[in-house]
Ligand binder design. Structure first.
Ligand code: ZN
Length: 251
């Protein structure tokens, strides 16, 4: 593309799909035409359709695609004993569903990517696999520990953001609601698009984000999906019932 030519690049950010193909398909339909996809990890774990989710994500050819802790557990790269009993049961079940091709795809993914001023990590930039950026103090510590202009994370399943602007040395973490718009060039930013397949911020709809590079904005989005279909598939698969129940309340 030539310098000066108008660019209208739309990027879809997805994270924590967790084997929920109904939610992922709803997100892709709602997002419409995009130029790039960024996947922030945990394609599998908890949900009933890990294989379909890996195939769909890999077919999107995401320019950023990260591995998450549940992805690692399902391919034996992280001990399942590190998980609570429900997550461990789901990880064991998920491991049984995956083909070599699926395992190879997950195995090929990094846990952290740097691109110009941007950093992408599933958990946090200083601890990409495990740390939850779920408070202002943890966001602040990451702003000070790692150099970045914008950092995109998942893992908490809560759409949220923290900003460090001007002379501020501490950041607050605030929730991102549907249709909230962030200016991407205003200070340093940490952004979590929320979870596609298992939201935990009280809104059971699938969460995602759209970056518009022409406007330099990010918009937080939600879309309803067939929760009952995913719940039935979880029960039919013999996965723990609480994994079905929590989807209805988004907790
Ligand atoms: Zn997750």
């Amino acid at each position: 593309m030539e310098y000066g030519e108008a660019t209208f690049v739309r990027i879809l950010i997805i994270s924590d799909i967790h084997g929920n193909i109904a939610a992922l398909n709803a997100v892709l339909h709602s997002a419409g035409q995009v130029d790039e996809v960024w996947n922030l990890g945990d394609i599998v774990g908890y949900g009933p359709d890990p294989s379909a989710c890996i195939e769909t994500v890999s077919s999107l050819k995401p320019s950023v695609s990260l591995v998450g802790n549940h992805d690692l557990a399902s391919i034996g790269d992280l001990p399942i004993s590190d998980f609570n009993p429900v997550a461990a049961a789901a990880a064991t079940w998920t491991a049984d569903q995956l083909s070599d091709v699926h395992r190879d795809y997950l195995h090929s993914l990094p846990s952290l990517i740097r691109r110009v001023g941007d950093v992408f990590a599933h958990g946090s930039p200083r601890d990409p696999v495990w740390e939850y950026v779920d408070s202002g103090s943890i966001a602040t510590a990451n702003f000070h520990a790692v150099e970045f202009q914008r950092c995109y994370v998942g893992h908490t399943h809560r759409a949220s953001t923290a900003r460090l602007a001007g002379n501020c040395t501490a950041a607050n973490l605030s929730s991102l609601r549907e249709d909230d718009v962030l200016e991407l060039n205003d200070g340093r930013l940490l952004i979590n698009p929320g979870s596609v397949g298992q939201p935990r911020d009280g809104d059971p709809r699938a969460a995602f984000a759209i970056v518009d590079l022409a406007r330099n904005t990010l918009t937080s989005r939600r879309v309803a999906y067939d929760i009952e279909a995913t719940q039935r598939a979880i029960v039919d698969a013999g996965l723990p019932a609480m994994l079905a129940e929590r989807l209805a309340v988004g907790r």
